[in-house]
Design a protein around this ligand. Structure first.
Ligand code: ZN
Length: 474
């Protein structure tokens, strides 16, 4: 249930909260309510006193998953960071606050078990902010500078984006009170092979917000420039728009055109940075805010933040994390610009630049003679869209999730001469494929999609389609 959020005029928000004695069903209900309330308000954290509950309970989600904590405590804090933050209990303002850069927090989860969380950067900031709430402290008590948002003279902002990545950014911009003068997105297109023509995710969000919408076939289309000028943007923010902007478009905003790129530029310039980083088996990527220039992804860097790639990440989950981090980063840049702060741009080191070209259709096909690790990177990079594929009984067969399997864990040690792509030791619940140059490695398939069917777990697939050892994929 969504609960009303109390603003700072309520005494409940200004008291030290009581510890929870026992994690009961009531606490579960409280945690549920707090999470939906936070998500509804598009916040990144919420403390129980903010909904009038005098208990030491917080929820935090900076885009990498929900963390619920009962009786949280700060164990360690290191380093320093200064940046802008806002609070759902202080609507319409942001303030610049110096906080620790790294923190370790402990508390109880909803099962009453002790958990520890290490958080850096923005996530560390969110935890410190919520812990303060439990002491009745608001960030405004600590802010060096408080800025009213949106002042009537606030930036007129035009947002350009197309897929889900852009929606996250657009929602955060709206939530933080930026004045959105309009949205530019790609026109309706078939969004998947053989599918009906659909509006882009960004278009759907823009319509929901009732924002003026421009959908040129491309930004060089006659008339587009005039319509963009009519929106009188001070700032353009682009996030995965899908087109290179010509110089005359970049010259339209009074102040600056910013781009959020999901990589640590100058690495992975180009249209597929998330997929390419996963395909290369990177352990870390990040987001960069640049001032747009005529050369794609080559503008001066205004802000950058690393984001770790977890072993279970695919392009979908990583994209969501990067979008959330990118939104926070661009908002921080916009706040700095709004208060008249100098935001120096750092030229990119051209000698370190690498490219992230679009995925070619032939790169979507799994070659079972490649090493298991590389196949895994390929599967993660192409999931959830378009999906890496192989052939099974002459039909396209997609693999969305898999895991490596040491040959020794297989019945019979998995030895014996096998062809790459051959199915091994198939039981009712799992399918294992031989791979590697000599067929000596093993990959366990976890989620698949047969031609004309939906995506499903291998266990579900096997219920209707017995795979037999000795059959071959590819
Ligand atoms: Zn707050």
């Amino acid at each position: 249930m969504i609960r009303p959020i109390l603003d700072s005029s309520h005494p409940e928000v200004r008291q030290r909260a009581r510890p929870v004695r026992r994690v009961t069903r009531q606490i579960w209900k409280l945690l549920d309510d707090m999470a939906v309330t936070m998500y509804d308000a598009d916040g990144v954290g919420l403390a129980a006193p903010q909904i009038g509950v005098d208990l030491r309970v917080i929820v935090v989600d900076v885009g990498d998953g929900l963390i619920e904590m009962v009786n949280p405590e700060l164990l360690r804090s290191e380093g320093e960071q200064t940046g802008y933050e806002g609070c759902l209990s202080v609507p319409g303002y942001v303030g610049e606050v110096t906080r620790a850069r790294h923190v370790r927090v402990t508390g109880l989860d909803r099962q009453g078990r002790r958990i520890w969380v290490d958080a850096d950067d923005f996530k560390a900031r969110a935890f410190q902010h919520e812990l303060d709430h439990l002491e009745g402290v608001l960030y405004v008590d600590k802010a060096q500078r408080l800025v009213r948002l949106p002042p009537e003279t606030a930036y007129r902002l035009v947002f350009m984006g197309t897929p889900e990545f852009g929606v996250t950014v657009l929602r955060r911009l709206a939530r933080h009170g930026f004045k959105l003068a309009g949205v530019v997105t790609q026109p309706d297109r078939p969004r998947a092979r053989g599918q009906a023509v659909l509006p882009s995710p960004v278009k759907r969000q823009a319509l929901e917000y009732g924002l003026p919408l421009l959908e040129p076939e491309n930004p060089r289309e006659p008339g587009f420039l005039e319509r963009l000028r009519e929106l009188r943007p001070d700032v353009i923010v682009t996030a995965a728009y899908g087109f290179v902007l010509p110089p005359e478009v970049l010259a339209v905003p009074k102040l600056v055109a910013l781009n959020i790129h999901p990589s640590l530029l100058p690495r992975y310039r180009g249209p597929a940075p998330i997929q390419r980083a996963l395909m290369a088996g990177e352990r870390e990527t990040g987001v960069t805010v640049i001032r747009m220039s005529e050369r794609v992804d080559a503008g001066e860097v205004l802000a950058q933040r690393p984001v770790p790639i977890e072993p279970e990440d695919d392009a979908g989950s990583l994209g969501a994390k990067l979008a959330a981090a990118g939104a926070e980063l661009v908002i921080d840049v916009l706040h700095r610009l709004a208060v008249g702060e100098e935001v120096p741009g750092v030229p990119q080191d051209e000698s370190a630049a690498t490219r992230a070209p679009k995925i070619r259709p032939e790169e979507e096909r799994l070659d079972w003679s490649r090493p298991a690790e590389q196949l895994l990177h390929q599967i993660r990079a192409l999931s959830p869209k378009p999906g890496a594929y192989t052939f099974y009984q002459g039909q396209r067969f997609k693999v969305f999730r898999a895991e490596p399997l040491p040959a020794a864990e297989l019945p019979g040690g998995g030895t014996g001469a096998l062809q790459p792509g051959e199915l091994v030791a198939v039981d009712a619940r799992s399918a294992v494929v031989a791979c590697g140059p000599d067929g000596g490695q093993r990959l366990r398939l976890l989620e698949v999609q047969a031609a004309g069917r939906r995506r499903m777990s291998v266990a579900d697939f096997l219920r209707g389609n017995p795979l037999r050892p000795g059959e071959r994929l590819g």
